[in-house]
Write a new protein. Structure first.
Length: 195
């Protein structure tokens, strides 16, 4: 059963991320959720505030070394990478200023790669609407580490670049419409296979 949800999104992502988190509902209390939404600096803090108001659980930009807690949504700060590290026996957020990956900073591949390395099957990857292919390599690493990866389907995506790339690379465990993703994640958190 996943204990960490790692999400990547770009164009059309803010609405899709908010909807998925709202639809997961009570299931969020069993997950530490990390989101890379391609956004410039200054916008991500207000996005986190909007998400928190919409879903009723804490959402914020994490600081480097912050211990990741269930029931909290961590939004990558604009212009900086969000990753995951293991320090003093705890799973913590890693904030970095390394070079862009896939022309992106924050980059989904950075978050997913760290999740594969430090969380393995305790992670669940989700790739939502967005342009380009960021997240594809990381999704492959997650699958190799035993984690499931959900990709948003084409009809419900604003742009099917990122999820489509994951699907074409055969790294998606499931391809699901936006309206059904939250319910599927709730099932997986409970240890039930979605229909």
């Amino acid at each position: 059963m996943p204990r960490y949800l790692v999400i990547g999104a770009s164009t059309g992502g803010p609405r899709a991320v908010a909807k998925v988190l709202f639809d997961i509902g009570e299931g969020l209390h069993d997950l530490a959720t990390l989101v890379v939404q391609h956004m410039p600096p200054l916008f991500t803090a207000s996005f986190a505030e909007q998400v928190a108001a919409h879903i009723g659980v804490p959402a914020r930009e994490p600081f480097d070394g912050e211990r990741l807690m269930r029931g909290t949504v961590y939004i990558a700060p604009g212009g900086r990478h969000l990753g995951i590290d293991r320090r003093l026996g705890h799973i913590v957020a890693r904030i970095g200023d390394e070079a862009p990956v896939n022309f992106c900073r924050p980059a989904v591949d950075v978050l997913f790669g760290d999740a594969a390395r430090h969380l393995g099957a305790a992670a669940l990857g989700l790739v939502l609407t967005g342009m380009g292919s960021d997240g594809t390599e990381g999704a492959g690493a997650l699958r190799q580490a035993g984690a499931a990866v959900i990709a948003q389907d084409e009809p419900s995506s604003t742009i099917w670049g990122m999820p489509g790339s994951v699907v074409r690379a055969q790294h998606a465990s499931r391809v699901i419409a936006l309206d059904e993703i939250g319910a599927s994640i709730r099932c997986l958190v409970r240890g039930v296979q979605p229909a």
